[in-house]
Design a protein around this ligand. Structure first.
Ligand SMILES: [Zn+2]
Ligand SMILES: [Zn+2]
Length: 396
């Protein structure tokens, strides 16, 4: 049987796994039920594994002949959102798989099932990375720290996201591109410290509100005046807090936000300028500023050859017309970026929205859903990356 047929033949398994996992969404690294479920499935498939990053799993499928090591990654965590889909398998534990990570795990299990039955055709080996804590918890970083890319060292790493991140990628289509596909995001918090006084006597104090206002407007000029207009960057102040009375000069204001860039150099530049601008404007106003950079994810950048391999594998699954070259990256983020900083590879998307079925809600929405009819495509593309693409292309 050809890989597409095999993937279609296990479609019901994939849907069952997805629904079972959908019922039990958990948050961050506290994924005990999810991890237990996945380990049970891997046991049934006879695939060895070890745990990493608390509840993450690294499983290994050995090929019959030597060759490179590919890693395929699925994230595992849900979100603290109360589900309102009304689906018969909806979660009722207060959390929700509102980003489609239930589908990612089911797709990787499907891949495991396909490739474990085709070991004789695998040159090298495949590591299946089930990763906790993608939603801002730093899960990829912990997986990497726990050695998931070493012993044996990974040559290439691939991952996918379901949903409708890119509107041009329709139902059952695969989207991929060379270079940046998602942005870097860095969160920050600024505290401006002045000195309280009566509103009638401003000269006796230092106004944290006027200082903060001036700073916030100045920060917008980093993007408009200092970053190459052909490189994308955006800075948002999304939170501000300060002041207690209408006639008192406020001694303390805190505000925070995040900035997003497609290039790592812009991320570093804005990080440095943020501190400089906040402290300089505070000084000019006789105030003090404290800047905290709260971390974030680097940009997700696809290596051209790996992106080409994804396009090739996807073409064999869904046909040329259904493989979409993404032309405009999205300013969202992914910690897949951390694997791609260390190893060659690519991140791609599978279009699982379907307006005809009313599946149109965006990620992180309490009504987010995926069109299950598309789910066999994920394992078919992954399996073709393992088997369809000659193993030798995994090197270099
Ligand atoms: Zn998400
Ligand atoms: Zn996600």
């Amino acid at each position: 049987m050809d890989i597409n047929e095999i993937a279609r033949s296990i479609h019901q398994d994939i849907i069952k796994w997805r629904r079972d996992l959908h019922r039990i969404p958990e948050i961050g690294f506290e994924l005990d039920q999810t991890s237990l479920y996945l380990r049970g499935c891997l046991d049934q498939l006879g695939i060895p594994y070890y745990t990493a990053a608390q509840t993450g799993i690294v499983a290994l499928v050995e090929g019959s002949t030597p060759g490179p090591t590919l890693a395929l990654r699925a994230d595992m965590d849900g979100l603290p959102i109360k589900e309102e889909t009304g689906l018969p398998f909806a979660s009722d534990n207060g959390n929700m798989h509102a980003c489609g990570h239930d589908a990612h795990m089911a797709i990787l299990l499907g891949t495991a099932k396909i490739i474990s039955g085709m070991r004789d055709q695998i040159k090298g080996r495949v590591k299946l990375l089930f990763q906790p804590g993608e939603e801002g918890h730093g899960g990829a970083e912990k997986m990497i720290a726990d050695g998931c890319l070493e012993n044996p060292p990974v040559d290439r790493v691939y991952g996918l996201h379901v949903g409708q991140i890119f509107p041009e990628v329709g139902t059952g289509q695969v989207g991929v591109c060379d270079g940046p596909i998602l942005a870097a995001a860095t969160a920050f918090k600024v505290t401006v410290k002045g000195k309280s006084t009566h509103g009638a006597l401003p000269h006796l104090g230092v106004d944290a509100i006027t200082t903060a206002a001036e700073t916030i407007l100045a920060l917008q000029k980093i993007v408009s005046r200092e970053v190459d207009p052909l490189d994308s960057a955006v800075l948002t102040v999304g939170m501000i807090e300060g002041g207690e009375a209408l006639n008192i000069v406020t001694p303390r204001v805190t505000f925070g936000g995040d900035f997003r860039t497609l290039l790592e150099k812009d991320r570093q530049y804005i990080t440095a300028r943020l501190e400089e601008i906040c402290c300089s404007i505070a000084k000019a106003n006789r105030a003090d500023a404290e800047v905290e950079i709260l971390g974030g994810y680097p940009p997700t950048i696809n290596e051209p050859r790996s992106a080409k391999q994804v396009a090739g594998a996807a073409t064999a699954v869904v046909g040329t017309g259904n493989v979409i070259e993404i032309r405009k990256p999205n300013m969202g983020t992914e910690d897949m970026s951390l694997y791609l900083q260390k190893k060659a590879g690519a991140f791609f998307v599978l279009g699982t929205g379907n307006p005809e079925k009313g599946i149109t809600y965006p990620h992180h929405n309490s009504r987010f859903d995926v069109d299950e009819a598309t789910l066999w495509i994920g394992p078919a593309v992954f399996a073709r990356l393992v088997i369809g693409c000659p193993a030798g292309t995994g090197q270099g």
